[in-house]
Ligand binder design. Structure first.
Ligand SMILES: [Zn+2]
Length: 348
């Protein structure tokens, strides 16, 4: 079957890839899925442009893609919760079910987790895949395949909002208006924030952010978010700061807009150690949380999309056909202004 293959750094091809043989037989608790929509993630693009993310290095050809929805076309002998024809979305990280981390409920930080399109595990920009029933979630009719392929990034935002322990009426700042920043802003509003400030350098992204609800956009090239938030909160600050840029400079400033007793959630990945203003954190008794992907939130995301509590449709800014996948990645790698999430549709 044809797949989108990252051959090596800077080299993609759409070609036959011999993965069918390995997936010929279905384990009793697995399902076979015909892929429908796959989102392009910053991590996919980063493997394409840099060949690695931290310790994960692309050493042989790897299929990209991990944000996906599709239709069940075959089920294993012991599968009970899914049937052929069900529309589904899939959680891409499979832990060792017997590991200590998994048994403690922390399966996303299981060192043995196998995550789509993270070397050496292949992704799902291909016609079909095999996946465990336990990590495959049925969609109600009201959730489209495109929205369902947004559940994976949305899960990061919902996990971050959960870690922040948002209380109704809190004010939050989300640093970064990329896809993860915006799903975090949506999650913070859904969790009860009265107002969410979103800061970024790109006016086009901030314009999209401003339309998502009680959101105040701040362009950091023209305005200091800390000053603005302190001015608008009687000098108190934001109860929660989400760092979703991955920029060391932005991350070094997370405590400036933070209120006393506030919470910081670090979402953006950092390649190198970063500055941490321990004094500013101390005088606020700041609590700092870190997240790595997500755990236990896919069903919550599906329910919120179904009920309308969260609408991710404004974040989907471009859709490509599968045969144009290479072009789609070239465009994504050029980081066009105003584009949030690009998706690829597979032929049905
Ligand atoms: Zn992703």
């Amino acid at each position: 079957m044809k797949a989108l293959v990252l051959e090596e750094i800077h080299k993609l091809s759409l070609r036959d890839f011999p993965i069918d043989a390995a997936e010929k037989d279905l384990a009793p608790r697995d399902v076979r899925i015909k892929l429908h929509t796959v989102g392009i993630c910053g991590s996919d693009v980063h493997y394409y442009t840099h060949g690695r993310i931290g310790p994960f290095v692309v050493e042989e050809p790897m299929i990209l893609g991990h944000e996906a929805s599709g239709t069940v076309i075959e089920i294993g002998a012991e599968v009970t919760s899914l049937a052929v024809g069900d529309r589904v979305c899939m959680e891409p990280g499979i832990p060792d079910p017997n590991s200590k981390a998994t048994r403690l409920g922390l399966y996303n930080v299981d060192p043995a987790v196998r995550f789509w399109a993270t070397p050496p595990v292949h992704g799902i920009l291909r016609p079909t895949c095999v996946h465990p029933e336990a990590f495959t979630f049925k969609l109600p009719d009201s959730v489209s395949f495109a929205e369902a392929a947004m559940v994976e990034p949305l899960a990061v935002g919902v996990h971050a909002a959960t870690k922040a322990e948002i209380r109704p009426g809190d004010v939050a700042l989300v640093m970064g208006a990329g896809p993860i920043g915006l799903v975090t802003a949506l999650s913070a509003l859904a969790a009860g924030c009265a107002r969410v400030y979103v800061c970024d350098l790109d006016d086009a992204k901030l314009e999209i952010a401003a339309k998502l609800g009680a959101i105040t956009p701040i362009n950091v090239t023209r305005e200091d978010p800390a000053k603005r938030i302190l001015a608008e909160t009687d000098g108190w600050g934001a109860e929660i700061v989400f760092e979703a840029t991955g920029s060391p400079k932005a991350a070094a400033s997370v405590f400036e807009p933070l209120s006393p007793g506030g919470r910081v959630v670090m979402i953006g990945g950092q390649a190198e150690p970063i500055a941490y203003d321990a004094g500013a954190a101390m005088v606020r008794e700041a609590r700092v949380e870190n997240i790595f992907r997500y755990a236990h939130v896919f069903p919550r995301c599906v329910k919120m999309l179904a009920s309308g509590a969260i609408d991710v449709k404004p974040l989907i800014t471009r859709t490509f056909a599968f045969e144009d996948s290479v072009k789609a990645f070239e465009i994504a790698a050029s980081a066009p202004k105003g584009d949030v999430k690009m998706q690829i549709e597979l032929p049905q």
